[in-house]
Design a protein around this ligand. Structure first.
Ligand code: D5M
Ligand code: FE
Ligand code: ZN
Length: 503
């Protein structure tokens, strides 16, 4: 089989257990006899090497009789433009450009890995909820003149008052108004939102357990607060995101689901081959927001659709696919609900055994969620299990599978990645609440719902990446049409987005 294209070189190297810098791949592809050049490069590779370096390949090529160094180039570019997306089939190009590894930078904060202290006892839940309340009420207190619920209860009837609390109950009254009960560390207080208030439509955005502030007037017996205004912790409207100081891009993906019969191996390889081309030379980061593998026993009857039934074999296969990614790209990944870590959030990054399996590419593995800063741009990575909940609880126009980024806006507004406790999202009690969005991110990256959608919320780029799995039987049964085989690319210097399709 001729090996004239970078894509084939990559696949061949991968099958032999090697990863390579893009420049090394290009050199091999441009060699007169790529087949034998690759053979020799692999044979003479240093012992224990996982990655073929440019220098090594150059040495190998220098010792060959030289000939025509021009590769055969096949171009098949086909570009379709919509208002926000460019959809292109990958092109194989010549040239030998390498990424600027010296300038790449990745910092990680808010990672629970190795920090977990929770034992799952009741007191731990009390601790984590207190911490959540402290963090979020702190964000709100500067904006209203709030008093504790017990102090409000002893104020004279008719006074103006403000409360910051977690929502412990939402009920509609017989006359169609809304009774929202707020809880703080001193007790609870009933707050009435009249249906004719201009902000009454905000009630359908409220989730149990989220922290809000209200201002209003007390009833004559000071037993209830008539709400005049409602505040979310929110992202300031004037938030100015940081950007990179050079033209560099990141591919934001998630939900690879290796091991599933529906994993789209061809689309994946088209994507990774494209990463080796000149068109992708500015893409220096690959962020993967969870669900690397299909896992086992995640959903009922899932085993009927498994291609690989052993979880470790799934990760081994995943790591084979990871090797196809150019060696000079930085990869950061977090787990999702299909991965082999605890389901409860915050989820720690993978354990040593799985890290060993996946260390082919020096990928950074961190917890779900984590704040990852790349070249000064902070990216909050969160798998997104709570999105199902937000979508289920809210009206279509505020959050839907068709516009998953709007559900993300709600999380930003509530400054918490899993505001409602006790539904789909399992929360593990820790000393601090890792799920609070304490710092506003420049980019918020999630996945999980297998739909592609993005947009800006108060200047923060919310990106829900699609998946690399075609429609499963379950998804067919509930009419979920996944967006499979897309790679959204973000310019880190402008936060502009281009979407590439690989199916
Ligand atoms: O889930 C992908 C999406 O599909 C996410 O919105 C949940 C939903 N999903 C998929 N399978 C099931 C089952 N069996 N029950 C309920 N919801 C499901 P992911 O977990 O990323 O595969
Ligand atoms: Fe998934
Ligand atoms: Zn998921």
């Amino acid at each position: 089989m001729p090996l004239e294209t970078p894509a084939r070189i990559v696949r061949e190297l991968t099958s032999r257990g090697y990863n390579a810098d893009r420049e090394a791949v290009t050199l091999l592809a441009n060699a007169e006899d790529p087949d034998s050049a690759l053979d020799r490069a692999v044979e003479s590779a240093p012992e224990h090497a996982l990655k073929l370096s440019v220098e090594h390949v150059r040495d190998v090529l220098d010792t060959t009789p030289t000939g025509n160094q021009n590769p055969s180039v096949s171009t098949g570019a086909e570009t379709m433009k919509s208002s926000t997306t460019t959809v292109t089939t990958p092109v194989e190009t010549e040239g030998s450009v390498s990424r600027n590894e010296a300038r790449q930078s990745v910092d990680i904060e808010g990672d629970v890995t190795g920090q977990s202290t929770g034992t799952g006892e009741y007191k731990d839940f009390v601790t984590v909820f207190r911490d959540r309340f402290q963090q979020l009420s702190g964000q709100l207190r500067g904006r209203v003149n709030a008093r504790p619920t017990n102090a409000v209860a002893s104020m004279p009837g008719g006074s103006d008052a403000a409360i910051v609390g977690m929502i412990s109950d939402i009920r509609s009254t017989a006359s169609g108004h809304w009774l929202v009960e707020l809880e703080d560390t001193n007790g609870t207080f009933p707050c009435l939102i009249m249906k004719d208030k201009e902000f009454a439509s905000l009630v359908n955005e409220l989730l149990l357990d989220e922290t809000i502030a209200v201002e209003g007037t007390l009833s004559s017996d000071a037993g209830i607060l008539f709400v005049d205004s409602l505040h979310f912790p929110d992202v300031p409207r004037t938030y100015k995101p940081s950007t990179a100081d050079r033209h560099v891009q990141a591919a934001l993906i998630s939900d690879v689901h290796v091991g599933s019969q529906e994993f789209m191996a061809e689309a994946w390889s088209r994507f990774t081959s494209w990463l080796h081309t000149e068109e992708a030379e500015h893409i220096e980061y690959l962020l993967i927001a969870g669900d690397m593998v299909e896992g086992v026993g995640i959903y009922p009857n899932q085993d009927e659709e498994l291609d690989i039934i052993d979880i470790f074999e799934q990760y081994e296969k995943f790591s084979e696919y990871l090797k196809e990614v150019p060696g000079d790209m930085e990869i950061v990944m977090i787990p999702g609900n299909h991965d082999a870590v605890r389901l409860a959030e915050p989820q720690p990054g993978f354990d040593e055994e799985l890290r060993d399996i996946m260390d082919v590419h020096d990928a950074r593995i961190t917890g779900n969620p984590s704040m990852v800063t790349i070249e000064g741009v902070s990216v909050l990575m969160y798998h997104g299990v709570s999105l199902d909940e937000v979508i289920a609880e809210m009206p279509e126009e505020k959050a839907s599978y068709e516009e998953p980024h709007k559900a993300m806006y709600q999380l930003l507004k509530k400054r918490h990645v899993a505001p409602q406790y006790g539904g789909h999202t399992r929360v593990a009690p820790e000393e601090k609440d890792y799920l609070v969005i304490d710092e506003v991110p420049d980019i918020f990256h999630t996945g999980h719902v297998h739909k592609l959608g993005f947009g800006k919320y108060h200047n923060v780029l919310a990106m829900n990446s699609g998946c690399w799995q075609s429609q499963t039987d379950f998804q067919k049964s509930v009419n979920i049409n996944p967006d499979s085989g897309f790679a959204p690319i973000v310019d880190l210097d402008t936060l502009d987005v281009t979407v590439r399709k690989f199916t």
